[in-house]
Design a protein around this ligand. Structure first.
Ligand SMILES: CC(C)(COP(=O)(O)OP(=O)(O)OC[C@H]1O[C@@H](n2cnc3c(N)ncnc32)[C@H](O)[C@@H]1OP(=O)(O)O)[C@@H](O)C(=O)NCCC(=O)NCCS
Length: 125
């Protein structure tokens, strides 16, 4: 496999028929939500607390996702700020029991640590 993912495998999930758009392909919003979940899983560990998504930048859809594909979201740290964490997320699929991996989507996501009053909280580095 020449296209190697970067970062930590944060979530792995199978695309189901309910995740499609009216044309029958997997809906882009579903893909973004899986990446968002993966980034949240990764950033919660760093923040040691609750995080919310503040920005999703430069997201590219490189290739389609089909029902039955296994989506794998890899997260790598870009930057830890005062209250925010920026990560780069790459989403790959495994298809049809083959030992191939296709990069379908990638983008930069930023999360903010929140306190119990829903205000930004400092991250201990
Ligand atoms: C996230 C949120 C608390 C930020 O509020 P805010 O008043 O802008 O807070 P601050 O100005 O203190 O900024 C907090 C951090 O977010 C960053 N930030 C805020 N707006 C940003 C923007 N538009 N682009 C990039 N970074 C941004 C700031 O740079 C800061 O990072 P730092 O502390 O590491 O330097 C607020 O916008 C919010 O509640 N948004 C809704 C979040 C949400 O519901 N997400 C979807 C569901 S999880």
């Amino acid at each position: 496999m020449k296209d190697q993912p970067k970062g930590e495998l944060a979530i792995r999930v199978v695309a189901m028929p309910k995740d499609t758009n009216p044309a029958g392909d997997v809906f882009g919003g579903w893909l973004i939500s899986q990446m968002d979940l993966a980034g949240g899983v990764f950033c919660r560990k760093i923040a040691k607390g609750r995080v919310v998504t503040v920005t999703i930048d430069s997201t590219t859809f490189n290739a389609p996702v089909f029902i039955g594909d296994t989506l794998c979201c890899y997260v790598s740290l870009v930057k830890i700020g005062r209250t925010s964490i920026t990560v780069y997320i790459e989403a790959y699929v495994n298809r049809d029991f083959e030992d191939t991996r296709i990069k379908v989507t990638e983008g930069e996501f930023k999360y903010v640590k929140m306190d119990e009053n829903r205000k930004p909280a400092l991250i201990n580095k």
